[in-house]
Design a protein. Structure first.
Ligand code: ADP
Ligand code: MG
Length: 588
């Protein structure tokens, strides 16, 4: 490995030369206390910034091993270090002048969710911190002295202040790891006690605004009704009381504007852990929970929606339903069956974002439009079977229809942001109307699980043709007889949370609500590219198998698995397997 002196000499040699001279700096340099690696050099001062990483050996950083001993602890430690470095970098970024991105020093700036990120990786060997650095220039002339200042003073100072286990960093890391322990303990309790979610008393559910993820100031803290309350004994906080949402069918009812959707939104975000101060630290939901909604216009690929939709007027086979442009009801049915395919254990449904005809049909309508002319069996008639036969629970927000009452195991009433248990009252009302709660489904067996064997084969156009060359010669090999262009990775374009494209194919993710950061979208784009390059959708594997292969590879090889150059840079965050499936299912 080269040394920091080598880097200084190289810098001196290229001062005031044309910008491409910076390319000669690529490589790894030993700075004694850390290794600085210049992984990618930008083409000009206005291009995407250069990628630099720091590797600080574990002995130098000095964090006790137990702080990264388990996956949830390691992610919490990485998250803390990333936030600390980002804050330091913000103070020194653009401190040297120049054109374009000259002087930029940055890494990921996480939102309230604690996610595994490429920005910071902790292993038993040490801490890898990945940065974006704007190599400075005047016009297009190299300013080597300014870069010298950045690489030898500013960046090492940021690292020293944020990544070494002095008292401040150690206290911050311990606090984050202890919170992660408690969150992990709640997740374990959900499994052990058969819960879908836990909402701790005192949680702040609403956000400041639609555009902000900050807690709403002055909000009424959540309080569980006594009959639905559970007290968990957490390793650090001790006894914590909260609402236990049990497996089965839970309804959330109440008047408009009383906090129903806010509760459901908190549950859908509860698949992720949140940082201290967010208000939702102990709102924890089964990590496989899926927000199910109508999404008209989405494509559907060979999905069995026949439990909900049969006898379409054009006689299309709904057991392998394919369309480029689904309706509200068919899109929601397809998303539901895809959730079952991926073994989701919980559906989160809000009437606000559902197709009414997918959800319910009333008696008057049944009298007027005979059942044989209605292709849809509404969700209200299937929710019970889905739970009893496939083990999929539902939490359903319904303010407008009592049709779900007979199917419910529990009913929460939201009134002025307070939760009440009205399960018994609903039972009495049903009894008074001569209706019984559905103890079990009325015999009809619906086939759910077989969707898990669906073989998804996507028409991948040009990327598809390059797969063959790739598979023959593995990813780094020379490949078959195809030209060079075929082996070049497909171009990725990421549009924030809205979606991405790989080559000429686009994926629209605007209605995939549980993506919370554009860094997840960026990772998904690369995952999809990996799926295409490896030709994994060749009809020999089910979709869940493909998704599992990708996640296993990322787990084993780290973020490198998603980058051809072996230097992924910061800017990637781990999505859930469910969202990768959502991307493949929305492929165009
Ligand atoms: P619903 O779905 O029942 O119509 P929402 O959940 O959309 O109602 O909530 C309506 C409004 O009330 C939102 O603006 C939300 O921010 C606010 N809100 C929700 N929960 C609380 C709370 N605990 N304290 C204060 N305001 C809240
Ligand atoms: Mg609502």
């Amino acid at each position: 490995m080269q040394t920091s002196q080598d880097l200084e000499r190289k810098l001196a040699a290229i001062d005031r030369r044309g910008y491409p001279a910076y390319k000669s700096l690529r490589g790894r340099y030993d700075f004694r206390d850390f290794v600085l690696s210049i992984d990618h050099v930008q083409g000009d001062p206005f291009a995407a910034p250069s990628r630099v990483s720091l590797m600080i050996p574990a002995e130098v950083a000095g964090f006790p091993r137990e702080l990264s001993a388990e996956p949830h602890r390691r992610v919490a430690l990485e998250d803390t270090l990333c936030r600390r470095f980002a804050a330091e970098a913000a103070h020194v970024s653009f401190n040297v002048g120049g054109s374009g991105k000259s002087g930029l020093i940055a890494t990921s700036r996480p939102g309230p969710e604690v996610l595994a990120r490429s920005a910071c990786e902790v292993t038993s060997a040490g801490i890898t911190m990945r940065l974006e650095v704007g190599f400075p220039a005047h016009g297009r002339t190299v300013d080597a002295r300014a870069l010298d200042t950045m690489l030898f003073e500013l960046i090492p100072a940021c690292a020293e202040r944020s990544l070494l286990a002095d008292t401040g960093a150690l206290a911050a890391a311990r606090a984050a790891v202890e919170l992660a322990d408690d969150q992990h303990a709640v997740r374990c309790a959900l499994k052990r006690q058969g819960l879908v979610a836990f909402v701790a008393d005192g949680s702040i559910l609403p956000r400041a605004s639609g555009a902000s993820s900050k807690p709403l100031a002055g909000a009424l803290p959540f309080q569980a009704p006594e009959s639905m309350a559970l007290t968990l004994d957490l390793p650090h906080r001790g006894a914590v009381r909260g609402l236990a949402i049990r497996r089965g069918i839970t309804l959330v009812v109440g008047g408009g504007y009383h906090g129903k959707s806010t509760l459901l939104q908190a549950l859908q975000d509860g698949v992720y852990n949140h940082v201290a101060g967010d208000g939702r630290e102990l709102v924890i939901t089964d990590a496989s929970a899926i927000k199910l909604r109508a999404e008209d216009g989405r494509p559907v690929h060979a999905t069995d929606i026949s439990p909900f939709i049969t006898n379409l007027p054009d006689r299309r086979d709904t057991r392998t339903f394919t369309t480029a442009d689904a309706s509200g009801s068919t899109s929601q049915a397809a998303s539901l069956m895809e959730a079952v395919e991926m073994s989701a254990r919980v559906l989160l449904i809000d009437e606000d974002t559902s197709a009414t005809n997918f959800m319910v049909r009333d008696a008057l309508m049944e009298e007027v439009v005979a059942a044989e002319h209605e292709p849809i069996t509404p969700f209200v008639e299937r929710a019970r079977a889905l739970w009893e036969q496939a083990g999929v629970s539902s939490v359903i927000v319904v303010g407008s229809s009592g049709a779900f009452f007979p199917a419910a195991d529990a009913v929460v009433h939201m009134e002025c942001y307070r939760a009440f248990d009205i399960t018994q009252r609903v039972r009495s009302v049903l009894a008074a109307h001569g209706m019984a709660a559905e103890a079990h489904t009325d015999g009809e067996q619906v086939s759910w699980e077989h969707v898990r064997t669906r073989r998804l084969v996507l028409d991948c156009g040009r990327s598809g043709s390059s797969q063959r060359g790739r598979r023959a010669g593995a990813s780094r090999g020379r490949g078959g007889s195809r030209g060079r262009d075929d082996r070049r990775p497909a171009k990725l374009k990421v549009q924030g949370l809205d979606g991405f494209s790989v080559g000429e194919h686009a994926v629209d993710l605007r209605q995939v609500e549980q993506l919370v950061e554009s860094e997840q979208t960026a990772a998904l784009a690369r995952m999809v590219r990996l799926v295409l390059e490896r030709g994994l959708l060749d009809g020999t594997r089910s979709l869940p198998q493909v998704v599992e292969l990708v996640f296993r590879e990322v787990e084993q090889r780290g973020w490198q698995a998603l980058d051809e150059t072996g230097a992924p840079g910061c800017g990637l965050a781990l999505p859930r397997p469910l969202e990768l499936a959502a991307c493949l299912n929305r492929w165009r």
